[in-house]
Ligand binder design. Structure first.
Ligand SMILES: Cc1cc2nc3c(=O)[nH]c(=O)nc-3n(C[C@H](O)[C@H](O)[C@H](O)COP(=O)(O)O)c2cc1C
Length: 316
């Protein structure tokens, strides 16, 4: 059988394959260890961590919707000190790359959290994903992610603090992601990841109450995949740094779609709740798909979308 190269390198970091698990859907590894071969994954993006522990939003925080789910967890997390002392050391047990996702309500807090992790970093930690895109908190989150100048200012403030990967996680809840992608590249980010959840709502017609406590929440799962693909495609045309595609992935052909529109790596989120080992299954499926198609290097698939010449001439 021919050797298939599934490895991906971004910003000098070698990932053994392009399949990562998304922040908030895989805890800190220990939650999934009995159900999943963690070392088979390309990487784990840990739950967003803030300076202080956060209890998150009042329940109900999750509801199933057509082809997806709405969540309003509100960035519940253990805080950066417990993250560094308890969670990161545990992740050293696995042969996979770790990316720490950071959420905060001010530039100063983002910087302090990153600095604290950096000073105590474990050997598997290869970078940071900066969450400027959570729709479920009042402070921080979208107030950064929907403002190009704030994203730019934040990226510039974080860049000098680390030589590890700096990845900015973008929201789909904007008219156009292109200026955000361009601003991240111009201010020194190594990569961008997108999309975070799409603002949504669900109502119980009998009680006339919203189905989650915060009224609106973040929609994820297969329902958002077409939105995510369109945003990744738009971002691909606006910047040259690598893109990590996220949104509704449940199969190898979903991964191929993201690679074709321009993502170098992908993250799997909601699908982990149905099957915590789905990342490894998709990896095997993807490998077989490449063999079937006679592709020996996964990176040859990236940004290979074929657009009809007439449409290209019109700028599509
Ligand atoms: C329950 C839940 C919690 C999440 N928590 C976070 C989080 O803490 N930080 C973050 O950046 N994204 C968070 N996300 C967003 C996911 O990482 C991902 O961007 C989004 O769900 C889209 O991917 P999917 O459709 O594969 O789930 C969360 C998503 C879900 C469903």
């Amino acid at each position: 059988m021919r050797e298939i190269n599934m490895g991906v390198s971004i910003g000098g970091v070698e990932f053994q394959n392009p399949i990562l698990v998304a922040s908030g859907t895989y805890g800190y590894g220990s939650e999934a260890k009995d159900y999943c071969d963690i070392s088979g994954l390309g990487g784990i993006v840990t739950k967003s961590v803030s300076w202080k522990p956060r209890p998150g939003n009042y329940p109900r925080r999750i509801v199933e919707t057509a082809s997806g789910m709405l969540n309003s967890i509100g960035l519940a997390n253990v805080g950066v000190h417990a993250f560094v002392d308890e969670k990161l050391p545990y992740l050293e047990n696995f042969n996979t790359k770790i990316i720490a996702n950071i959420a905060a309500s001010s530039t100063e807090e983002y910087c302090n959290v990153l600095r604290h992790i950096e000073e105590n970093a474990s050997k598997n930690l290869v970078g940071y994903e900066i969450n400027v895109s959570c729709p479920n908190v009042k402070d921080g989150g979208l107030s950064f992610g929907t403002n190009v100048a704030r994203v730019e200012e934040l990226t510039k403030a974080l860049r000098p603090l680390t030589k590890k990967l700096l990845i900015i996680k973008l929201t789909p809840n904007v008219t156009s992601v292109a200026p955000f992608a361009a601003a991240c590249e111009a201010s020194g980010a190594d990569a961008i990841s997108l999309i975070n959840t799409v603002l949504g709502m669900s109502v119980d017609i009998h009680t006339r109450m919203p189905r989650i406590s915060t009224v609106t929440g973040g929609l994820s799962g297969p329902a958002i995949k077409p939105i995510a693909l369109a945003k990744v495609y738009e971002a691909r045309k606006a910047c040259t740094i690598p893109i990590i595609g996220i949104g509704g992935i449940t199969s190898a052909s979903d991964v191929m779609e993201f690679l074709i529109v321009g993502a170098s790596l992908v993250q799997i989120g909601t699908a982990n709740f149905i099957n915590p080992n789905i990342g490894n299954q998709i990896f095997s499926e993807l490998r077989n798909l490449l063999i079937d198609k006679g592709i020996v290097n996964i990176q040859d698939v990236v940004a290979t979308l074929k657009v009809a010449d007439q449409m290209k001439a019109l700028g599509w």
